[in-house]
Design a protein around this ligand. Structure first.
Ligand code: NAD
Length: 462
């Protein structure tokens, strides 16, 4: 892939996690010269060997098409001085009180500042940060850049909206591009940098084709604070939508209505929209939990209560407990019962385990004395590293997990699980109890499992 770009720029991407890697690959694909930087030597070593430290479908293929426009380093002095644009994509994980931990951002901003070249460079904040952080980053730069002079650099907020699992599609064909800055120069440079994306005049990669009917993203140019707020408000609204669907689902169960039918019925109203109305084990992942808490705690800082958001979080917590309550309803005491957990990642097509509902389910099953057998098509290795505090046996396949189990909880709707031979696998269970927390087995139900369970007369799919 050799892009025809009018103004190739030099770009540094600080932080090579899910967001940084996607950003680096996208910009290199467009023809820019990109240097990805991380303080994690292990990650950089892997990247330099051509390996990926995360699982993201299609990312390796896209990087392979970038030729020698993509480089990796741990050295700020190699990445920053030559860069026209510097993206900060470090993590902003939640602190116990709900506020985001801005330690990594502060450290990155200081190191960036120390290596600025005194000419016009643009520092772009892509990490999700509370309103006002852009100004704070600007102050850090003033304090740490020895020969800083006003207007020699700009801080711009360019929040990220990619979804793990479909990161490339989301980055290449976004609904909108939000650029927030208090001075036109920084935003103008980003418009130039993103020109191929805005004009959509790049050759679409074969493995991530341009969707039919897609034209171009809407460019939303705002102030720095509005851009920072847009990111939080967007995530909070999506979390709210899921919690709303879950709350209605609870009532559906009681009045014998079907949440899937109800969601279809309300989602087809264009004012509501179909997406994010799936009832289930609750939202998880690295963003929704942390961003809703961050927004609530910003409200607290200003003495402003946010009851709608607080309720969304509460409904989500209740929803997670419901999975175990359903097991208890059918199996009664869980002590000594063998429970298969299918899916550990918070959603399919990623290995990200942050705030995954499966974590809480396994932890609770451990407390209640159940024997847990878990499986995930890609996240098992990561779970071994990050979930060492949980007790579970690793199954080598979904079939293996179900064998001899008293119940199975389908936590993540991986394609493999949808396509499992459920009729065969359920026959190997001690009791054929299937808790489908993602409502994806309906089509399977229609093709026989219900009948089989009916014959055995002791279990059911819930
Ligand atoms: P991540 O944890 O996967 O990656 C962060 C990376 O930053 C790590 O590799 C870490 O080693 C590196 N890092 C930390 N301190 C550093 C420093 N001082 N210098 C250089 N590198 C440093 O995080 P992520 O999921 O990519 O998220 C990054 C930000 O983007 C967060 O603010 C997150 O809220 C936001 N975001 C994430 C997603 C998502 O789906 N993951 C989507 C939109 C926005």
């Amino acid at each position: 892939h050799t892009p025809t770009l009018h103004t190739p720029m030099k770009v540094a991407v600080v932080g090579t996690g899910y967001v940084g890697l996607g950003t680096a690959a996208l910009l290199a694909y467009f023809g820019h010269q990109v240097m990805g930087l991380d303080i994690d030597q292990g990650k950089v070593d892997m990247l330099q060997r051509g390996e990926l430290p995360i699982y993201e479908p299609g990312l390796g293929e896209l990087m392979a098409e970038c030729g020698d426009r993509l480089h990796w380093t741990t050295d700020y002095s190699a990445a920053i001085p030559g860069a026209d644009v510097i993206f900060i994509c470090v993590g902003t994980p939640p602190l116990p009180g709900g506020q985001p931990d801005l330690r990594y951002l502060a450290a990155a901003a200081q190191d960036v500042a120390r290596h600025l070249n005194g000419k016009m460079q643009v520092v772009v904040n892509k990490s999700t940060v509370p309103v006002g952080t852009g100004d704070w980053v600007a102050r850090i730069i003033e304090d740490h850049a020895p020969d800083y002079k006003a207007h020699q650099y700009n801080v711009v907020s360019n929040p990220e909206f990619l979804r793990e699992g479909t990161a490339l599609f989301d980055s290449l064909y976004p609904d909108r591009l939000v650029l927030g800055g208090n001075d036109g120069a920084g935003v103008a440079r980003l418009l130039e940098l993103y020109a191929p994306l805005i004009e959509q005049d790049f050759v679409a990669p074969a493995h991530v084709p341009r969707p039919e009917g897609y034209t171009r993203p809407e460019v939303v140019a705002t102030s720095l604070s509005s851009a920072e707020m847009i990111k939080y408000a967007a995530n909070a609204f999506l979390a709210l939508k899921i919690s709303f669907a879950n709350e209605i689902a609870g009532l559906c169960e009681r009045v014998d209505a079907d949440i899937e039918e109800v969601a279809r019925g309300i989602g087809s109203d264009a004012r509501i929209g179909r997406q994010f109305l799936s009832a289930g084990a609750g939202w998880g992942g690295s963003c929704f939990g942390k961003d809703t808490s961050a927004l609530i705690s910003t409200g607290e800082e200003y003495g402003y209560d946010m009851p709608i958001l607080r309720a969304a979080v509460e409904v989500n917590q209740r929803q997670r407990q419901l999975v175990i309550a359903k097991l208890q309803k059918h199996l009664h005491r869980l002590q000594g019962k063998r429970v298969a957990v299918l899916g550990m990642a918070f959603k399919p097509n990623t290995d990200d385990l942050r705030d995954a509902p499966a974590h809480d389910a396994i932890a609770r099953l451990n407390e209640l004395g159940a024997t847990v057998v878990a499986h995930d098509p890609v996240a098992m290795d990561r779970a071994r590293r990050e979930w060492g505090h949980l007790k579970y046996a690793e199954a080598s396949s979904a079939e293996d997990a179900l064998m001899g189990a008293d119940a199975v909880i389908l936590m993540t709707e991986w394609k493999e699980y949808r396509e499992l031979d459920w009729n065969g696998a359920v026959r190997t269970m001690r009791q054929p109890l299937v808790i489908d927390t993602r409502n994806v087995l309906r089509c399977v139900l229609a093709t026989g499992i219900l009948e089989q369970i009916g014959r055995r007369g002791q279990g059911q799919v819930i």
